[in-house]
Ligand binder design. Structure first.
Ligand code: NAP
Length: 321
């Protein structure tokens, strides 16, 4: 076999493996073992129910799933206003002008995350969705000396929520997108990778487990605000398409939902559903799933350990008093 042929065969092999991984991953997220017995299940009819929402905040809503949620709300009703936070100005269709507000912010900096929360403190939101996230390509630190994945995919949410609650956040529903229910243990002894050798995998898994921790922590601590976790499985989002490239994306489209489909059919109806219990986690069909094994039967205790560890790291870096 010549080199060219071998290259083509290898390319197909990689594409099929990726397709298989996408399919298996999405099936796993939907498996019975993950579902919470007797937990909430989104009814198929819910997509046509009224949403009862007037103001929405999407942190990380300039692209991807957050943007799909923002535009789905704006399309659904001209009574809804959406604020999106991110670095890049999103495309604003003329019919949404005046109802889609862009707040520019690089949330990799905790100081910016805090300022952004403060800048929104006098606004009421029915729904607050955190989709800000990033897939790292290697080890980097932000200008505040925080490992970049930790900073963007987790701390941005941790710091904004802390500031929002400090500012008196009330009666919103908060949804945190990550990989809720992840069957992994966190690496907690050096979360900013100061002395332990960096592991891309563990660093990224930590951000997902920590995000689930935020759900349990605030669900327990703040009864006036309901907090929920989301596990989208594999969704063909703007970010995901950018990573996968056009060929793989068009193949994955056969086995993974697209961001707009997911927003319209699952997220908006789920956000409007009554009978959700704060602290619940949902898969990409709006079915309630079990907490990850790390959180076990007392999720708030484990969440407390994570939040305390992160706060200690922030204090060591002089980023929290
Ligand atoms: N898509 C999936 O299959 C999948 C699977 C599991 C979990 N998730 C989680 O779901 C969330 C959303 O994923 P997605 O696929 O929709 O992501 P995406 O398409 O890459 O969108 C990410 C959003 O985060 C914003 N963002 C990134 N870095 C930022 C920064 N430094 N400051 C402020 N905003 C920043 C981006 O806006 P700017 O570029 O304008 O800053 C964009 O609005 C992520 O947390 C991801 O981990 C996704």
């Amino acid at each position: 076999m010549n080199i060219k042929r071998l290259g083509i065969v290898l390319c197909f092999f990689v594409l099929f493996c990726a397709l298989g991984v996408g399919y298996v991953y999405n099936q796993y997220v939907l498996m019975e073992c993950c579902l919470k017995p007797g937990g909430f299940v989104l009814a198929a009819a819910a997509a046509s129910e009224p949403l009862g929402v007037k103001r929405v905040l999407c942190v990380g809503g300039t692209a991807g799933i957050g943007y799909a949620v923002a535009t789905s709300y704006l399309e659904h009703s001209n009574q809804v206003e959406v604020v999106v936070v991110g670095r890049r100005q999103p495309r604003i269709a003329p019919e949404f002008a005046g109802r889609l507000k862009f707040v520019p912010a690089d949330l990799s900096k905790t100081s910016v995350a805090r300022q952004t929360a403060n800048s929104l403190k006098d606004e009421h939101f029915d729904i607050i969705l955190f989709t800000v996230g990033f897939t790292p390509s290697g080890f980097n630190r932000t200008s505040e000396s925080i490992e970049t994945d930790l900073a963007i995919s987790y701390l941005s949410r941790h710091v904004m929520l802390e500031q929002m609650f400090y500012n008196g956040l009330r009666s919103s529903r908060v949804f945190i997108m990550g990989f809720a229910g992840l069957p992994k243990q966190p690496a907690l002894n050096d979360i900013n990778w100061e002395s332990v050798p960096y592991s891309f995998f563990h660093a990224h898994m930590n951000t997902h487990i920590f995000n689930e921790g935020l759900v349990h922590y605030y669900a327990h601590k703040t009864p006036s605000v309901s907090v929920f976790g989301l596990n989208p499985g594999l969704i063909l989002s703007d970010g995901f398409r950018g990573l996968a490239g056009p060929v793989l994306s068009s193949l994955l489209a056969k086995v993974c939902p697209d961001q707009n489909e997911y927003a319209k059919a699952v997220l908006l109806p789920l956000f409007a559903s009554q009978n959700l219990h704060s602290g619940s986690l949902f898969n990409n069909r709006g079915q309630e799933i079990n907490p990850g094994p790390f959180f076990g039967r007392f999720p708030e205790d484990k969440a407390q350990i994570i939040v305390a560890g992160v706060n200690a790291t922030l204090r060591d870096l002089g980023l929290q008093s």
